[in-house]
Design a protein around this ligand. Sequence first.
Ligand code: GFP
Length: 838
Amino acid sequence: MQSNSVTLMGQVCSEDTRTGVLVETLKRSFLNNLFYVQGKFPGIATQNDYYMALAYMVRDRLLHRWIGTAATYTKQQTRTVAYLSAEFLMGPQLGNNLINLGIYDQVNQAMSELGFNLEDLLEQEEEPGLGNGGLGRLAACYLDSMATLGLASIGYGIRYEFGIFDQDIRDGWQVERTDKWLRYGNPWEVERPEWSVEVKLGGHTEHYVDQTGRGRVNWIPYEVVQGIPFDTPILGYRTNTANTLRLWTAQASESFDFDAFNSGDYLGAVYEKMASENVSKVLYPNDDVSQGKRLRLTQQIFFVSCSLQDMFRIMKAQEIPLHQFADKFAIQLNDTHPAIAVAELMRLLIDEHSMDWDEAWGITQRTLSYTNHTLLPEALERWPIDLFGNLLPRHLEIIYEINHRFLDEVRIKFPDDEDRISRLSLIDESGERYVRMAHLACVGSHAINGVAELHTQLLKQDVLRDFAEMYPHKFSNKTNGVTPRRFIALSNPPLTQLITDKIGDRWLTQLEDLRQLEPYAEDLEFQHQWQSIKRATKASLAAYIYKQNGISVNPDSMFGIQAKRIHEYKRQHLNVLYIITLYNRLKANPDLDITPRTFLFGGKAAPGYFMAKLMIKLINSVGEVVNRDPEVRDRLKVVFLKDYNVKLAQRVYPAADLSEQISTAGKEASGTGNMKFALNGALTIGTLDGANIEIREEVGAENFFLFGLTAQEVYDLRGQGYCPRDYYDSNPELKLALDRINSGFFSHGDTDLFKPLTDSLIYHDPFFLLADYQSYIEAQERVSQLYQDQSAWTRMAILNVARMGKFSSDRSIQDYCDEIWHVDPVKIELSNNLEEFF
Ligand code: GFP
């Protein structure tokens, strides 16, 4: 139990208003923040002021733990994980922090005694959308788990002023709006201008020999940008460990605009200043052709250099010699976005700290490890040499040297194999010359991992095959996981309570404990409680839909949900083909007895990805017709939930009956939405892709609706010359569905609107929708049939939840720790004696 007194300058006081957790203390602390931080009183305060006051109240309690944590790490010179990621999709902070602090109920009571509704205040929070989808959310789950497991870690990234765009739907089309998440301030962060660093860009290098006869390089940059760190405390669940998320903001550096100011070119200097600040302005949306975008490479070197320099600062402050860098830090590269760290760490060690090449290279390789998140070739980053050399002239030299030494190694292992040399080279010379970032990451890291079994296997067989042959020992799999704190405890309190009543609450940190639910799968009373919780969460989502979309959906219909970025490989349009098929059947036979269904979609399309945007339009257009058709008699509803983000995800997962995980086998690296749905008791209809395979293995094949080609079959079919048109010609229901779209039926007679989509399917079908169509329809039939037997369905749902233990991000992080990072947990004592810190 935590003490409710605090020692301040020798005096023992009753509970401190800044850190205490009694209801009276919380109320007082809230009012203090309203008055003395917000400078408002109830007559003039807005809802946002109340939210801010509450957030500051919570932040005080986080900072208390954070200071204890930082002091312990400093004293013990703790080995630390540095998680480098261009994206952190954190989601709203307030509710999660209340859960992790264990003060949700007290705060609820304190707020209601002051006349507020906690739910309304939670709703007020604007989430930082500093990520696109799975990759950024995974980084956020991992921070939660690292803190929960008591592992010292720092998440390093960019504090984008504008995160992922807000999505509006107009006339069925996606419309993007800038995300101004910082508009009313961000109560969770602490600015640390004293730890700013400078990042050089552009210019040229000069080589010379110093007095000792050693070759040296001087990089004279064209410009210098300053990085200012903003820290957010990341508290573990019911622990005192509060780690740091450190995000960098770009500012013009004085040392570079000084001359312009002096020479009277005031406007020029201001312009340059604005240009520098652009670096952290906006998050790049996925799937835009990012190649060749100088600003994106600038963002990468910016946050990587800032972060590495910050680690050097920490080493110095803790008086750890530089040759121990790899003992102090384990750096994880989240995809290739931070891969420039390989060259930057070398540069810092060699040029700025006079280390020799071999020692620097040893440190670099021992420190870095790399996670790959995609098999899509177009998503593998590469930079045109000219652009790269122009922005990072010194890094290009270093990369050439790394490449030279690396290819010598390859020649020894594989003599007379020039093809292999050109395949492995860090420089793609097959046409225009490029720097291959995945290759740089592979050579500069001691460990490389995929994010699910199948993905890792395909990496080794295909995308990174030559590297797997060169360095087999570097490769391993680390199947993704999700945090049960945010995605059950916070988002689904009734289910959390029901489970806890049966098996205690240890499962929230030991997810394997969920196994103890298995015996209740057949228990009719338990099933009944389970069903009423599902029914209530569905009713609440239905109310939200009515408010947002003006569509009334029936909570007793089956809710099938596909929520993820919109992409052809994720195949939202396969789901649409099924909807149209059902609709066609009803039109042909209005009295057909079908399981009433509500089809829900959520997700953003990259602004430059035409097909994905057309898919959104198709979903909405089909919805418009189906939802209004009296013959359907409400047995089918189609809803597109706009602006899918973490906040909305938390509403959606608990309300799903069926989780649609229908990507083309071999394309989805892992998926994490699949895990969140299943943890909330949805059954999965899915292909043998990504982590679906492992979910199915865990929950049992009989509790999973499988369909579709395997990755191998897709590969073989492509090899034989896949002809989608044959499927179209030979399957009448499929033909009818596609013809209905083409006839203009869903587009007010416009026969051209969806042609790019249907033509692509009938003539190319790169993602094998038509090949999988029949099998998908049959799996959906099995789904519908089972749903008629609510007891059997619920039994399966309970078994799914009971067997999802593997998919906690705690397990993933433990795997990284054991096999890559070798970092041990540190116990943090919470001290109320503030003098201890002096
Ligand atoms: C990417 C991959 C997913 C994978 C996540 C996290 O997600 O399969 O689960 O990374 O590893 F595609 P998105 O950014 O594409 O959502």
